[in-house]
Design a protein around this ligand. Sequence first.
Ligand code: FAD
Length: 476
Amino acid sequence: RPALLWLRQDLRLDDNPALAAARETGAPVIPVYVLDESIDHALGGASRWWLHHSLASLTAELEKLGSKLVLRCGEAAKIIPALVEETNAAHVFWNRRYHQSWIEIDKKLKSDLGERGVNVETFNGSLLREPWELKTGSGGYYKVFTPFWKSLKQAKPARADTEAKPRKVETPKQFPKSDKLDDWRLLPSKPNWAASFEGHWTPGERGARERLLDFLSDVIDDYKQGRDRPDKDYTSRLSPHLAFGEISPLTIWQATHAKMSDGAISDSAGDKFLSELAWRDFSYNLLFHNENLPAKPLREEFADYPWRTDKKGLSSWRKGLTGYPIVDAGMRQLWQTGWMHNRVRMIVASFLIKDLLIPWQEGEEWFWDTLVDADLASNSASWQWVAGCGADAAPYFRIFNPVSQGEKFDPDGNYVREFVPALQNMPAKYIHAPWKAPQEVLDKAGVKLGKSYPEPVLDHAAARQRALDGYKTIKK
Ligand code: FAD
């Protein structure tokens, strides 16, 4: 009797504990992916683009091993038991997920299948440590990152070694029938707004591995000093690969440590990178312990904040037409590539929440739909962090100034020039505040404010004061 391997956010063969366990049974393995659009936070548009390519890549990898990927669409809670019935499977294996509403689905499935005599086993395939493993001195979960990181570093990842990539996967005499990937229509067509993603990414396990190797052999030296510079390519860009589980954090952890041990990279460079990777685990720790993290502020008083409804402002933010170049460059990078540099994510989030005074949930939703690395834990924890209403959050009164942030982190203006071509010829001195440029400078650069590039939608100094006044009304 076969073993069903239910793949979800772990679209890889290498270091996949559920796959390793399925193979250990010696039974034929049936890998299956279910497109379930009924769940809370079903995939957004950019993630669907990534998923299409990731599934195509996984199918090809499985076929090299003589296996197949079975695709089914519908409610997983019904499809998995039906597949067990259809194939007479004796085992079901999966790697865990951590949003409470998803956990509920998995728990129920496990108990229903268990009652029918099916052996169900679940594993940690996507975190360095399970969210219930690291505890503070008083026994609670960590709400502050630095002690969380210290504790994780000391405890080390739960598994000492990665699982080897299989050379062969036992196959059943007959695979259950599968949907055709193209029939799922995951790729946008009319219009194909994702056309420009292609040049930026190679979804799939192999693309993830190559990105890690490139990063560790070259870029990581500049990471510590340069990771805040959106005009440079100094970060790993592993986030979408991690979001889809095309590479495990343990693989990253071990590869980084191996480079540190053989002296190829310094301990401080490796450590800085791994501490950023640990933010991902920290976010999952928050999501697991706070079921409402994606929707409600952890600091409850923020529910009473005097937010504004501002359709025009929201639309200018989404389209990158706020008149603040660093904000607009970020929002256009997001639209064109499905990704945005971390520093700029913080700047645009601060602008939406504290300048436009629009609820952070609007931003969380837009990012969910447009990011190829959309990740429920990291996205909601980060939005709450910027809003000042989360655990270990930036204080509300720390309001990013979009001009000085631009000048500091994109000093030559090259990031803005890349994504806002209308400002291509603006000198660095004025590129982050074109409205301050003398008319002759604007003329020379061919910039017509209000025509070729928008006037600022608001005055930052006044907006900042308005945000602080709003904060006073909820401060306890
Ligand atoms: P690197 O700097 O190379 O870091 C390596 C890995 O560590 C990343 O791939 C990521 O998995 C993890 N990581 C790094 N920084 C963070 C962080 N602050 N929080 C959580 N994990 C981190 N990240 C997502 O993966 N998905 C999201 O949906 C997401 N939404 C965000 C929304 C906002 C408003 C903000 C401010 C940040 C968000 N982040 C999100 C975190 C961070 O911006 C991205 O993880 C990072 O930019 C990815 O680029 P990288 O892979 O080059 O990162």
